[in-house]
Design a protein around this ligand. Sequence first.
Ligand code: ATP
Ligand code: MG
Length: 402
Amino acid sequence: MTHALVLDPDATAAEALARELVAAGVSVACVRTLDEARRRLAMQPAQWLFVDAALEAEAAGGPEAVATLAGPGAVAGAPPAAPGRAAPRLVWVGGAPSARGGRRRAAEQGLSLPRPVDASRLRRLLATAAPAGPGTDPGDARRASWEEGWRETGRWGPWLWGRSPAMRALQHRLGRVAATSVTVLLVGESGTGKDLVARSLHALGRRSEGPLVALNCAAVSPTLAESELFGHERGSFTGAERQHPGHFERAHGGTLFLDEVTEMPAALQVKLLRVLEDGEVLRLGATRPVACDVRIVAATNRDPLRAVEEGRLREDLFHRLNAFPLRLPPLRERREDVPLLATQFLQEIGEREGRPRHFDAAALAQLQARAWPGNVRELRHAVQRAWVMADGDEVGVAALDE
Ligand SMILES: Nc1ncnc2c1ncn2[C@@H]1O[C@H](COP(=O)(O)OP(=O)(O)OP(=O)(O)O)[C@@H](O)[C@H]1O
Ligand SMILES: [Mg+2]
């Protein structure tokens, strides 16, 4: 469905326009300020941006500020739009077209709408100036090809193997949320595939042409963590010899994967929350924040609610990250996938080593019966050892670990 964002400080006027848009088959969200609009767009991309013409006169930025919302290149210094993600089309609502600024450009392109809003004129505008809508989302075609590949092989996308109902349910939710910019929290035991799921989310979504930047929150030193994440200006602390953009800025237009997020130092969690709420990053030692358009995927192998109880994860940050939780089932809850995974891993090592081997039925049955506390990673390693220990082309129970 086509989505529009209406930016108008006057709620009554916004509602009048929203009603007409809904009647024309467009879903709508209304906001009153530029800041709200920025936040909203980061969460939910829109194809249309309707802005009250009176905002042009506003001291704070005026048309230039609005143009940065609307998309790339409209104004010098505006951050580029996320690659692969069409910028919303800007329409000024009400007021006479002025002789300067973004609105004149908009008016020249016919993208202005007088008040009171006329329904048929609005529909004409929607039909003739339609930007790339969801129908042309490259992600749609990719999702269809991932589905087709899965039906043939059992592999969904480039990485995720599995035909079990639990994996199917995960793929379904993944496919839906990948098309949005909604924050995703991956929760699953070690070895269940959180890394692969984060990569799949990025590859399938509108941001796939943008960067995927990963930060392992457990591995970064507490003293450097802030500068790693948010960057620093030259000379902002001893040793900061050069200016350094942080992970957030580098992920602009793409995805930031915060792995093991419950291990993040508490002080940093506060700052992360602020950045997520403002959509802006302040480098260490900088005076002006920069806007960042980043999709967050966070992961943990702990129970996040328990991490909150234990004081490892701030509750407010948890709620912010938990916008769309995805639970990765442990392998013991989807044993029906074990033969498929084991066969696949055996084939991979066979190809790599130049000697194909295959499991006999008894070996597969035994692998399927095991508990796999280390999940898919443990299975992969067990299969590799079995390939090494096997005598002939067939890998039997004798080649499996005790
Ligand atoms: N559905 C799957 N299909 C194929 N391989 C998988 C799948 N799930 C996991 N794996 C494999 O299992 C191993 C572990 O996966 P991954 O690193 O994504 O797990 P993780 O949940 O991030 O683990 P950790 O919590 O330890 O970081 C990798 O070798 C990965 O390729
Ligand atoms: Mg991992």
